[in-house]
Ligand binder design. Structure first.
Ligand SMILES: C[S@@+](CC[C@H](N)C(=O)[O-])C[C@H]1O[C@@H](n2cnc3c(N)ncnc32)[C@H](O)[C@@H]1O
Length: 415
């Protein structure tokens, strides 16, 4: 699929009416860049949410209503996925002092999708920089290889021999920040096992950036995408904190729909794609905490709906048919970006809903195969040590396994 990327980027300050009514008045001098010769009015997307450009050059979306405060400076960019806006928080990210003309402002690579900035694909390294044998899949030793072949892995570590998965101080386990985060050690394990230093890692559903942090620690270039601005901002802040390595590799969090990834990356450059996608609309219910012991059930998350967003492009809002289709579309776009025999790891769990088991891992398997990936391995993330407060449910007649005690880690490659 050839995707044409239209690019532009404009800085402007929001006025009171714009904030309260939910629009951006695109400055007249920038209409050609942002709107081109498209016939107005037209429907579009703004940060993945439905939007419309009217005949006066105003970009309207519910996304905008009271989202920013008056006088916030925003960066508007456009590519073939629609418009993206970000608050211009240059102070937090050590920008150069403001230039006289806001239009001459050039952000750091990690601030705005560079594809939208430069008119070209993202400039990011993907070639191995270590001196180990290039016939090897990664830099690991034979001894490490044997450990990583164990199909069931557990964390936090209980066994000194198996140190792959563990929670550390930087892991965020507060569900109010993000409801479904994996530990940094999980992507770190697969990045180490399946890539060399300097190579490129992709996370299509990056959340608050655990994969990017793991890549930064290990000297791998990495790009991650998420639909939610708040998560992308958290990813960037986490990446700006103390680094273990400072070796010139880049880790970039981009606010965009995973469907648009081919607009950013060159073909045959990605050495590992790793993610934990939404598990269809599993979070779109009031949380009942049924797997937690009765007296502990009514914790601060009880009866809360913890879905990521209401964005219709959010896979976490989709029913299982829509979900499988979206996964297939997204991974069909990713396949050409990957190098031959590059691995693609997906961490997923099945869902228990209305007294039925929803086999999400089977949907993922089917969708990835239809997208052209070849299935290679299943790993089980053994979570028994994390669910010591479990309750009994189903007893004595409805036999239900405790889904919270494990997750699938499915491994594919580009044949
Ligand atoms: C399970 S979370 C990933 C969490 C991540 N592994 C971490 O540790 O932070 C899935 C993420 O997918 C994002 N998402 C859902 N639909 C998306 C789409 N169409 N494109 C990009 N991101 C999407 C959600 O906003 C959510 O943050």
């Amino acid at each position: 699929m050839q995707i044409e990327v239209m690019v532009a980027m404009v800085v402007k300050t929001l006025k009171k009416m714009e904030v309260s009514l939910g629009f951006i008045h695109i400055p007249v001098q920038h209409r050609a860049e942002l709107i081109g010769d498209s016939a107005v009015p037209f429907e579009t997307k703004l940060n993945g949410v439905a939007a419309k450009v009217d005949k006066f050059g105003r970009l309207w979306s519910d996304y905008l209503k009271n989202r920013f405060t008056v006088n916030t400076q925003i960066i508007i960019s456009k590519n073939n996925g629609g418009f993206q806006i970000l608050a211009n928080e240059r102070k937090n990210y050590n920008f150069e002092p403001e230039t006289k003309s806001p239009n001459a402002f050039v952000p750091l690579a990690a601030e705005v999708p560079p594809a939208a900035d430069s008119g070209k694909k993202l400039k990011i390294g993907f070639v191995k920089t270590c001196d180990c044998d290039s016939r090897h899949i990664s830099c690991i030793t034979a001894k490490e290889w044997v450990k990583s072949q164990v199909a069931i892995q557990q964390f936090p570590i209980t066994n000194d021999e198996i140190k792959e998965f563990y929670y550390e101080g930087r892991d965020i386990r507060d569900k109010d920040v993000h409801p479904a985060v994996f530990p940094i050690a999980l992507p770190a394990h697969f990045i180490k096992t399946l890539t060399h230093r300097g190579e490129l890692v992709l996370d299509p559903f990056v959340g608050i950036g655990s994969t990017l942090l793991a890549a930064q620690d290990l000297g791998r270039n990495a790009v991650g995408f998420d639909l939610k601005e708040e998560y992308i901002e958290i990813s960037r802040k986490r990446l700006g904190q103390k680094k273990i390595l400072d070796d010139g590799t880049q880790q970039i969090a981009i606010l965009d729909d995973a469907h648009n990834i081919p607009a950013y990356l060159e073909e045959n450059t990605v050495s590992l794609c790793i993610t934990s996608p939404p598990y269809a609309n599993m979070l779109a219910h009031r949380r009942l905490n049924k797997s937690i012991r009765g007296d502990l059930r009514k914790n601060s998350h009880y009866l809360k709906v913890q879905q990521y967003s209401n964005n219709p492009s959010d896979l976490g809002t989709m029913n299982h048919e829509g979900y499988s289709k979206a996964i297939q579309e997204i991974y069909s776009g990713i396949l050409p970006l990957m190098r031959k025999r590059a691995h693609c790891i997906i961490n997923v769990n099945d869902v228990w809903e209305n007294n039925k088991r929803i086999p999400t891992h089977v949907y993922i398997l089917g969708a990835l195969q239809k997208a052209g990936f070849e299935f290679r391995n299943t790993f089980i993330w053994d979570k028994r040590n994390l669910v010591n407060r479990v309750g009994i449910f189903g007893w004595p007649s409805n036999f239900i396994s405790l889904g919270a005690t494990m997750e699938f880690i499915l491994d594919f490659w580009k044949p």
